[in-house]
Design a protein around this ligand. Structure first.
Ligand SMILES: *[C@@H]1O[C@H](CO)[C@@H](O)[C@H](O)[C@H]1NC(C)=O
Ligand SMILES: *[C@@H]1O[C@H](CO)[C@@H](O)[C@H](O)[C@H]1NC(C)=O
Ligand SMILES: *[C@@H]1O[C@H](CO)[C@@H](O)[C@H](O)[C@H]1NC(C)=O
Ligand SMILES: *[C@@H]1O[C@H](CO)[C@@H](O)[C@H](O)[C@H]1NC(C)=O
Ligand SMILES: *[C@@H]1O[C@H](CO)[C@@H](O)[C@H](O)[C@H]1NC(C)=O
Ligand SMILES: *[C@@H]1O[C@H](CO)[C@@H](O)[C@H](O)[C@H]1NC(C)=O
Ligand SMILES: *[C@@H]1O[C@H](CO)[C@@H](O)[C@H](O)[C@H]1NC(C)=O
Ligand SMILES: *[C@@H]1O[C@H](CO)[C@@H](O)[C@H](O)[C@H]1NC(C)=O
Ligand SMILES: *[C@@H]1O[C@H](CO)[C@@H](O)[C@H](O)[C@H]1NC(C)=O
Ligand SMILES: *[C@@H]1O[C@H](CO)[C@@H](O)[C@H](O)[C@H]1NC(C)=O
Ligand SMILES: *[C@@H]1O[C@H](CO)[C@@H](O)[C@H](O)[C@H]1NC(C)=O
Ligand SMILES: *[C@@H]1O[C@H](CO)[C@@H](O)[C@H](O)[C@H]1NC(C)=O
Length: 830
């Protein structure tokens, strides 16, 4: 339709000219930390760690509660405080993680005898005063009903607690040899130094979603204006000042016997006792060395300030215009960013399992969650940290044989489906991370996932590889005698392995391993094997009208059956289809949701599902009927996949239905586990208006929640900017999601119709200007405007292969084929 295209071009050019004068101001500068609320996600199952930590810090101080949802230690509900501990994870499911060696404190013991204090965790649990809770980066404070106020801060391996009592006549601080999930194994030890009160010791615990055990060591020192009065150890409810060393068993019936040490002081003139706790996976001596070097003089303010400085530095790359946005919007955004850097944790120098000069990161909890947007986000703002994480993943493979799929507390975590480290390595590779990464070893590591089946694929790698290679799918009820794992999830594993193979091909392409690239690209199409073209789906006995769904298939290649809505958010059986909940062929989600998981070849998927119109109807149905559950990671990309059908405006509408309604800046504001910051990164990248398709140099453009966003690349020092023209016409304080759709755009001043940008946008500091109007427009809808797909743009996704056109060579505006016909039929009604 040439006349149409020409007219539009003319219109666009004139609109650029008329708005140039009103370009929004560049983003403001301000103290970002005022917009970080670590309490977001501390209720309603968000399981977020709310306490004091450095970015990627190993030491994490918070008040632990006896909440049913105490995975992150503190929970903002009606629970009681059981202690103050120094190691945590954030936002995880599974059992509560870490929470080792909690302290607890009393102003004095009843009758002034140590047995008058309450030692066991269950008995000492004390209500906290809801309004007393304060949380800021590097700081947490809480008051208990007992009159005790505790505030805390942290260095990298050391925490510092200030116990402030009302009316302390002889305060006692105890240290309990336990953890949040009472997983302590046999023979924990503690020694209390009679003259200094220093406590050192060790204990072995279980990881919260994995195999094996880990041993952690501690070194606690105390400081008070009151003199050390006495000290000792306790076992169960009884204590003694005569005994200073304890070795304690788990107990005969499995519940770890309470036990630990205590110190008691004479009345302090300022009412306080400080406790400094160093932790180490190497030895008690190393824990003491950390404590002495990191917080040498118990200086609370200096330790807190150092944490504030570190967080300020980490938050520096991203600034937005605060014009016309409520501070709650900024809090939602920056708190999401903050949470992406609480986990993973930097345990470099703290790995007792192998000797290496490579970095060691832990609490990848789990990569199935973080590959989607968290690690891609950090690649923008903290690429050197991501390079260290990637080196750590590769080094783990070198020494333990396999890339982790999940890792916590020095242990292997459970695999959920695919071998997701492949996706993370591919993402780092296509985005040009080099920085000390041995890509030959990296490639060997991902290739091993594809080629060799581990004996125990519950913990690493992939199962069913023989069937995969021979039949090109994972059969339901597979015959697999080579390795062992939970024999479920045949559909989601087939889809995920396909994507993992694409990820491997991405690296192979870039390394000129052409034969490998072709092989893994071919394998990346195996998802087609499970598409049953005549499969229907009924909701409440009513035909949804959609035909063609993935289905399980047996070894003999006859079809099995799983209701496409099973395991969905609206599955009336309530089945959530987690690992423990055996039987389902999809993991933690339905066939309905997994049918969209072909992130590398959306063009092929759309065509299989009947073309763009039909695809959009399916995606609408998924969201409108509440089939998808935005509180779990498989939902993330479905919010944006309209882009691939030439309907980027619908992605923008969808984002606005989820944020802030499902992600709001309140304690109960997260729809599910934050999963170590995965949800935080979803919020951050959605609100920036640039969502990644991981493993590819692709960011899908939606309308940002701010008039402008700037992202400085720490690698190149250049700053990328998104600016929105007419923003104020469609946004107000009361309309946090905003309204309005992209009518036209420029990139570096040139008209730009693609609905995505590549990674160079960030590293080269490009400027994207978006012009808003009331309704969906033709922008980004043309066939040439769509993000790349493997089958339609060969090689386009691998970096450095000349796949991207030079912008200068592009037509100013290309009205696109069949999708262009849809514009006027669509009116936004979200
Ligand atoms: C505690 O206070 C917070 C913040 O004011 C509030 O969101 C939460 O609902 C309160 N929780 C309880 C259990 O009262
Ligand atoms: C918290 O402690 C209070 C007072 O001892 C008690 O009534 C309440 O049941 C406890 N709640 C929990 C969850 O332990
Ligand atoms: C404190 O002393 C009183 C009086 O001797 C006694 O009844 C009470 O049981 C003691 N309490 C404790 C906790 O030892
Ligand atoms: C202890 O708490 C009291 C009462 O809130 C406060 O006045 C005092 O400054 C605190 N002491 C220290 C050392 O923080
Ligand atoms: C714990 O210590 C006891 C007593 O020394 C010993 O018999 C036992 O084997 C030890 N257990 C472990 C798991 O080391
Ligand atoms: C602890 O030290 C004090 C004096 O410093 C001494 O009186 C006491 O006997 C010591 N106790 C033990 C168990 O060594
Ligand atoms: C991780 O820790 C090591 C050792 O302390 C340090 O050299 C490195 O800079 C840290 N990495 C990050 C990303 O903080
Ligand atoms: C791959 O081949 C291209 C074209 O010959 C070359 O420019 C590039 O440097 C090669 N890359 C690697 C990693 O060998
Ligand atoms: C299906 O039926 C149930 C029970 O009658 C009802 O609660 C639910 O809303 C229905 N679901 C849809 C998507 O219509
Ligand atoms: C294929 O295997 C399934 C499962 O064992 C069985 O139910 C089905 O009858 C078999 N089909 C054929 C054609 O043998
Ligand atoms: C969607 O499903 C969730 C979980 O089952 C439920 O809590 C929520 O009310 C549903 N929302 C709508 C709009 O039906
Ligand atoms: C809009 O927001 C402002 C500031 O929060 C508030 O004062 C005003 O009442 C709100 N207006 C409406 C119509 O909700």
């Amino acid at each position: 339709m040439p006349p149409y295209g020409v007219l539009l071009s003319l219109f666009l050019i004139s609109s650029y000219n008329s708005v140039n004068a009103a370009l929004p101001a560049t983003p403001d500068d301000y103290d970002v930390l005022q917009y970080i609320d670590p309490l977001i996600g501390t209720a309603n199952g968000g399981n977020v760690f709310a306490g004091a930590t450095l970015p990627y810090g190993m030491a994490k101080a918070v008040a632990d509660t006896n909440s049913e949802s105490n995975q992150g230690g503190f929970a903002f509900d009606k629970s009681n405080v059981t202690g103050f501990s120094s190691m945590h994870d954030s936002g995880t499911g599974g059992s509560p993680s870490l929470g080792n060696f909690p302290l607890f404190a009393y102003a004095q013991c009843a009758n002034d005898t140590v047995d008058g204090c309450i030692f066991p965790k269950k008995a000492r649990a004390t209500p906290y005063i809801n309004s007393s809770v304060q949380a800021h980066p590097g700081y947490f404070a809480i008051s208990l009903a007992s009159g005790l106020t505790v505030d805390m801060t942290a260095a990298h391996h050391t925490t510092l607690f200030r116990f402030n009592f009302t009316d302390a006549t002889s305060p006692l601080v105890l240290l309990d040899l336990s953890d949040l999930s009472d997983s302590r194994q046999d023979n924990a030890t503690i020694s209390v130094d009679n003259s200094t009160g220093r406590m050192t010791g060790s204990a072995k615990f279980l990881p919260s979603f994995g195999s094996g055990t880990y041993t952690l060591h501690f070194c606690a020192d105390f400081k008070s204006s009151g003199d050390l009065r006495d000290s000792g150890i306790f076992v169960d409810a009884r204590a003694s000042t005569d005994v200073h060393d304890l070795k304690i068993s788990r107990s005969i019936n499995g519940y770890p016997l309470p036990g630990g040490g205590f110190v008691r002081f004479n009345a302090p003139s300022d009412g306080t006792v400080q406790a400094r706790v160093g932790v180490s996976f190497i030895s008690p001596d190393q824990a003491c060395a950390h404590a002495e070097s990191e917080i040498s003089d118990f200086d609370f303010e200096a330790t807190h300030q150092a944490a504030v400085d570190k967080w300020t530095e980490k938050m520096a790359p991203i600034r937005v215009s605060t014009n016309g946005v409520d501070s709650s919007v900024l809090t939602n955004f920056y708190s999401g960013i903050y949470r992406t850097m609480v986990n993973p944790q930097n345990y470099t120098g703290e790995n007792p399992i192998w000797t290496s000069s490579e970095p060691y990161f832990d609490s990848f909890y789990c990569l199935w969650d973080s590959f989607r947007s968290q690690i891609p986000f950090l690649t923008l703002t903290d690429p050197s940290a991501v390079a260290e994480m990637v080196r750590s993943l590769i080094d783990t493979q070198r020494h333990l044989g396999w890339l982790p799929d999940c890792r916590m507390s020095l242990c292997k975590g459970y695999t959920q489906g695919g071998s997701n480290a492949d996706n993370i390595l591919a993402d780092a590779y296509v985005k040009g991370l080099t920085d000390g990464i041995d890509w030959d070893d990296g490639y060997a590591a991902v290739q091993k996932d594809a080629e060799e089946e581990p004996y125990d694929w519950s913990n690493e790698g992939r199962g069913g590889l023989q069937s995969w290679k021979e039949l090109n799918f994972i059969p339901v009820e597979d015959f697999d005698y080579l390795g062992f794992g939970t024999m479920t999830r045949s559909i989601s594993r087939t889809l995920e392995y396909s994507y993992n193979d694409f990820a491997i091909a991405q690296i192979a392409r870039g390394m000129n391993k052409t034969a490998d690239a072709e092989k893994y690209e071919k394998n990346s199409g195996f998802w087609r094997s499970l598409f049953k073209s005549d499969q229907t789906s009924f909701l409440n006995k009513t035909n949804t009208g959609f035909v063609g769904f993935f289905q399980p298939k047996y070894l003999n290649e006859t079809w099995g059956y799983q209701d496409p809505l099973k395991c969905s958010n609206i599955d009336n059986s309530g089945s959530i289809c987690s690992l423990q909940n055996t039987g389902a062929e999809t993991f933690e989600s339905s066939i309905w949701e997994y049918q969209f998981f072909v992130p590398h070849d959306m063009a092929a998927l759309i065509s299989l599902l009947g073309g763009p119109d039909s695809f959009v109807k399916r995606l609408d149905y998924l969201h409108d009927k509440n089939i998808t559950y935005i509180g779990n990671e498989p939902a993330f990309l479905t919010v944006f996949q309209y882009h691939y059908a030439g309907r980027p405006a619908k992605s923008t509408s969808r984002v606005r239905t989820y944020i802030p309604d499902y992600f709001s800046p309140t304690p109960s504001g997260l729809p599910g586990n934050d999963d170590s910051g995965a949800m935080g990164s979803f919020v951050a990248m959605s609100m920036m208006g640039l969502f990644p398709n991981p493993g590819q140099s692709v960011y899908l453009i939606t309308v940002p929640f701010f008039e402008s966003v700037s992202i400085a690349s720490p690698l190149t020092g250049k700053t990328a900017t998104v600016k929105v023209i007419n923003w104020a016409n469609f946004n107000s304080l009361n309309n946090t999601g905003g309204s309005g759709f992209i009518q036209s755009a420029t990139l570096n001043g040139q008209p730009y119709t693609r609905n995505w940008v590549d990674h160079d946008f960030f590293t080269e500091g490009q400027e994207l200007v978006l012009v808003l109007g009331r309704n969906e427009s033709t922008w980004g809808t043309g066939a040439d405007d769509l993000p790349p797909s493997l089958s339609t743009s060969s090689g386009v996704q691998a970096r450095g292969l000349g796949g991207y056109d030079d912008l200068e060579k592009r037509e100013p505006f290309i009205a696109g084929g069949q999708m262009a016909k849809q514009f006027d039929r669509y009116t936004h009604s979200a």
